[in-house]
Design a binder for this molecule. Structure first.
Ligand code: DX5
Ligand code: ZN
Length: 221
């Protein structure tokens, strides 16, 4: 269902040792990660607090793979320029976090960066229908945001498939990324439904064979 597009794996640093993030990023890169997923949490949109543009800037100086920045923050408009200047390759905002999502996606693209829009599990696809043509990527949350290590919500597979049909029906190239509970066991359903970028935290970091874990999530390739 993903039209023969190569599946990409984006390990989430949320699952790495917070005191050794640079080292973990390089390990993931060497293990074959396609991108690095950076979960920014502000203690408001979600209760946890992680890191800000300073970490993104440091990783961008030391990493050779694209930085996929997932903003789980309120008032994202206040921070877009800082995350852009920090060297983000993709900035993804939550549709629930702003009534002006169309404008903000345009603003991100105007800074020469790819723009993504994310939906919580309870948010209907109709919330992003009218921004699909300005978004480079839709991030479908397959857990409720805020923490790693949660179980994949099975009903999200149908949501991914429906989104794939909408995007294909509109003739768009918008990428579908999935995030939360992705493991070698849950990845095939997400891929079959049409996701082409898979975020994985706990299924990559802490695994002895990180390269093998990434290959297993990608589907053996
Ligand atoms: C959850 C984050 C995810 C999380 C994924 O709010 O957006 O990126 O780190 O972690 P796992 O793969 O452990 O579910
Ligand atoms: Zn994430």
């Amino acid at each position: 269902m993903n039209n023969g597009i190569r599946v990409q794996v984006a390990p989430s640093l949320l699952a790495a040792d917070p005191g050794r993030l640079a080292e973990a990023a390089l390990q993931a890169q060497e293990a074959g990660a396609d991108m690095l997923h950076l979960d920014v949490m502000d203690g408001r949109f979600v209760s946890s607090i992680t890191f800000g543009p300073g970490l993104v800037a440091s990783l961008s100086r030391n990493c050779g793979i694209p930085l996929d920045v997932h903003l789980m923050i309120e008032e994202p408009e206040r921070h877009l320029e800082a995350f852009a200047a920090a060297g983000s390759h993709i900035i993804t905002l939550h549709v629930e976090a702003s009534p002006h999502i169309h404008r903000l996606l345009g603003q991100i693209k105007g800074m020469g960066i790819k723009a993504g829009v994310s939906l919580n599990p309870g948010t209907p696809l109709s919330a992003v229908r009218w921004v699909l043509d300005v978004a480079d990527m839709v991030l479908v949350m397959t857990v409720n945001p805020g923490a790693g290590g949660q179980a994949f919500i099975d009903s999200m597979t149908r949501k991914i498939a429906r989104l794939r049909a909408i995007i294909d029906g509109m003739g768009l190239g918008t990428v579908i990324e999935v995030d939360g509970g992705i493991t070698p066991r849950t990845a095939p359903a997400a891929i079959d439904a049409g996701a082409t970028v898979l975020v994985a935290g706990s299924a990559v970091f802490g695994q002895e064979d990180m390269a093998g874990a990434i290959r297993a999530i990608r589907g053996g390739s």
